[in-house]
Structures are given as C-alpha cells and as structure tokens.
Design a protein around this ligand. Structure first.
Ligand code: SAH
Length: 225
C-alpha cells in the first residue's frame, strides 16, 4: 500500500514512519510513504503557496494552483482510490474507517495549514475528508501520521502475529481486556490468578468478560453499534 502525503512541512513527517511497526512494514515492502513538499509545485515568486482570504480576515489560505500541479503530477503516475484532505470538520476517524481504508492500494493525503485550503479544492478535487478528533491542530501533518499509523498496522503481514489486530480495542466494538507481564507480584499487586492457570478456555472467557465489562463501563455507546 502506498501513501503520498502533500505537505508544507515534510520535516514534521520525517520521523513517524521510521520506527517500530511502520518501519518494519516499509522494510517488508508492504507500506510506502512518499512526502511531497507543496512548495516544489508552485510557479509563484518566492515559492509562495498561500494567500490572504477573500473577504478579509486573519489567516492565510493554501492556493489551488500548487495543489492541482502536485495532484496532476501524482495522478499521471498511478491511479489513486482516495484523495483525502485532513480536516477538523471531516468524517471522524475510527477503527471501522481505518479497516476500510486498509484495503486500498494508493491514497493521497493532503495536509492543510494556517486557515485551511481554498474551498474549491475540497469541492472538486478531494474524494474524502477525515478528522482525527474534535479539536483543531495547526496543520494536517500530525493527523496524517495518525491516519497512516492506524491503517498501516492493519495491512496483512505487517503485524507479526496477524491475528493480534483482531483483538485490539474497537474491533467488534469492544475495548481490549487488560494485559499483564512479569513479575507475578509487585508491591503485593498480583496478576489475576486465571491468567496463570494455563487453562486457555478459562482465560479466553475471562478476557471476553473483562472486554465487555470495560466497554460497558468506559464506552457504553460502542455496544449499541
Ligand atoms: N480554519 C480551520 C482549521 C484550520 S487548521 C477550521 O476552523 O476548520 C489547519 C489545518 O490543520 C487544516 O487545514 C487541516 O489540514 C489540519 N487539521 C486541523 N485539525 C485537524 C483535525 N482535527 N483532524 C485533521 N486535520 C486537522
């Protein structure tokens, strides 16, 4: 799977994909992330990519021409199933959306900045808009990194034990059960006895029960989905 990320700040995205699971995915050839600096696609003086908004008001707006040039450059090379604009008023990212997007091959992510991007880009060039939560970030880069991480780990072959993503929170609309590791006792705090029992049936039943209990307690709305 390939992501092409259009950004004003490629430096912000240099790190997130070079560690741990996403790095392994890249090393295995399962995930490719290419960064494109919007400033390389402008024909304006001083590499300008933004301008004042019509109607007045504070904050610069990304212009349509550099975005179109970059999109044309990418689309001439391969077909993209989605061209996604990261936006606080977009569709809220959740596990089911990540699952859905992990089945795609080529996705473009467009990161806004300042006041946002010219509305005509959103109306005519974007296939989808995604938000990572009801708060405003200063740019789309960190949101794009979150999206690539959430999707990237779902690509078949990326996680060592492929089934492990199935037991994470939100798959099946349940929160994950608690997990423990060595030592068995610390400060008199014991690991639940059942996990040491070696009885896989009892362990599975306990995990299911705890999953349900935690979901009921912490995120009851999930159970109505
Ligand atoms: N004026 C806009 C916010 C612009 S924030 C508004 O009020 O809606 C600058 C950029 O950060 C946006 O263009 C978008 O790409 C990104 N961004 C900010 N918050 C985000 C969020 N919650 N999810 C995804 N992208 C976000």
């Amino acid at each position: 799977m390939r992501f092409d990320i259009i950004t004003l700040l490629p430096g912000l995205l240099a790190g997130p994909f070079e560690h741990s699971i996403l790095k392994r995915a890249a090393d295995k050839g399962l995930l490719e992330v290419e960064l494109h600096n919007l400033r390389d696609y402008t024909t304006f003086k001083h590499k300008q990519v933004d301008d004042y908004q019509y109607g007045g008001g504070a904050g610069m707006v990304l212009m349509i021409e550099p975005v179109v040039r970059c999109l044309d450059f990418l689309k001439a090379q391969r077909e993209y199933e989605e061209i996604i604009y990261m936006s606080p008023d977009g569709e809220l990212l959740n596990q089911s959306l990540a699952n859905q997007l992990s089945l795609k091959n080529n996705i473009i992510l467009l990161c806004g900045h300042y006041k946002g991007i010219d509305q005509r880009i959103r109306e005519h060039l974007i296939t989808r808009e995604i938000s990572i939560g009801d708060y405003v970030l200063s740019g789309g880069e960190l949101a794009a990194a979150v999206l690539v991480d959430a999707i990237g780990r779902l690509i078949p072959g990326v996680l060592n034990d492929e089934s492990s993503a199935l037991f994470d929170s939100f798959q099946d609309n349940l929160l994950a059960p608690p997990v423990y590791t060595r030592p068995e006792t610390f400060n008199n705090w014991r690991v639940p006895e059942v996990l040491l029992s070696g009885d896989q049936k009892r362990i599975d039943a306990w995990r299911n029960e705890l999953s349900l209990e935690r979901t009921r307690l912490l995120r009851p709305a999930l159970l109505n989905k």
